[in-house]
Design a binder for this molecule. Structure first.
Ligand SMILES: [Zn+2]
Length: 118
C-alpha cells in the first residue's frame, strides 16, 4: 500500500473547503496573503495554516516582496484534478471571488506604479 501514500497525502491536503477555495483563487495566478484575507474574510493565521498544508505537499510556492507574501500554484495539473472531481459531484465550475476592499499590490496598482517609476 506504500505506493498510495504520496497520493493520499495530496488528497488529504485537498480535502478541506478552505484549501479548495484558496486553490480556486490562485487559478488566476499569484496572490498576496492579504488578498486572500480580503477575498474570504478569514484571519491571517487561519489562512497561513491552510497555505502551509498546501505548501508541504508541493502545490504552492511562496515569494516575499517587502511586507507582502505572495503564493502561487506550481503544479497547475491540480486544477484538472479539481475539475474532474466537480464533474463527479456535479458542482458548478470554480467560482469567481468578489474581492471587497483590498490593499494588496495587485489590487492597489502599486506594481504598475513601481514599474512606471523605474
Ligand atoms: Zn488584492
Amino acid at each position: 500500500m506504500e505506493i498510495y501514500e504520496q497520493e493520499t497525502k495530496l488528497y488529504k491536503a485537498l480535502s478541506h473547503p478552505a484549501r479548495l477555495a484558496i486553490l480556486d483563487l490562485l487559478r488566476q495566478g499569484e496572490e498576496c496573503v492579504c488578498h486572500m484575507e480580503a477575498a474570504f474574510g478569514w484571519r491571517q493565521a487561519y489562512i497561513s495554516q491552510q497555505l502551509m498544508v498546501l505548501r508541504e505537499v508541493g502545490l504552492l510556492e511562496v515569494r516575499r516582496e517587502g511586507l507582502n507574501i505572495f503564493y502561487r500554484v506550481i503544479r497547475p495539473e491540480i486544477f484538472a484534478v479539481m475539475d474532474a472531481m466537480r464533474q463527479v459531484t456535479g458542482v458548478r465550475p470554480a467560482p469567481k471571488f468578489k474581492i471587497g476592499v483590498c490593499a494588496c499590490p495587485n489590487c492597489s496598482g502599486e506594481h504598475e506604479q513601481a514599474l512606471i517609476k523605474i
